[in-house]
Design a protein around this ligand. Structure first.
Ligand code: S3P
Length: 174
């Protein structure tokens, strides 16, 4: 069975949806940020701080390439993963890609809400630490610049997708 890669901006629902999809399809679930954190023994934020973004992108590319075709995996990728190291081409060669296309304004609202509810986790996403207004600008810029790559996905789902939406769209792909 083909792997399923969920791609898109942070807070677009990749992990939540990915876990549900995996359960429905009897696939395994993996989250590339989690794998990196476990292997390196540091959080993503610590990896950015200690070694810089380029190093993190190397780790991402390496973890991605441990995933082989037909591994029955639902993969939640880090938001920037498809953008670097020709990773999008690898993703497309290794499974079905699904872009969860959530507009930056929605993501912004989600992030603000999350920050309010979990004040201790605010430092989690190093690329998106900013005051409220800057955060929105930052999200819009990142979204716009990443869109041409995200849009190479086999399936694009706009707005808040449910696992049923994704399952319906996956149809013949699997
Ligand atoms: C990043 C997204 C994060 C994580 C890192 C960089 C990005 O993953 O990989 O902070 O560049 O968009 P999530 O999309 O799972 O938050």
């Amino acid at each position: 069975m083909k792997n399923i890669f969920l791609i898109g901006m942070p807070s677009s629902g990749k992990t939540t949806l990915g876990k549900r999809l995996a359960r429905e399809l009897h696939y395994h679930f993996t989250d590339t940020d989690r794998v990196i954190q476990r292997e390196e023994g540091l959080t993503v934020a610590q990896l950015f701080e200690k070694f810089g973004e380029d190093h993190f992108r190397e780790l991402e590319a390496r973890v991605l390439r441990t995933i082989k075709p037909g591994a029955n995996l639902v993969v939640a990728t880090g938001g920037g993963m498809p953008i670097y190291h020709d990773n999008m081409a690898y993703i497309k060669a290794t499974g079905v890609s699904v872009f969860l296309d959530v507009p930056p304004e929605f993501i912004w609202e989600r992030m603000l809400l999350h920050a309010e509810q979990h004040p201790n986790e605010q430092a989690e996403r190093p690329l998106f630490r900013a005051n409220d207004t800057e955060l929105l600008t930052n999200l819009r810029l990142k979204y716009q610049s990443r869109l041409p790559i995200y849009q190479q996905a086999d399936i694009i789902i706009s707005g808040n997708a449910t696992e049923q939406d994704v399952l319906n769209r996956l149809g013949d792909w699997l």
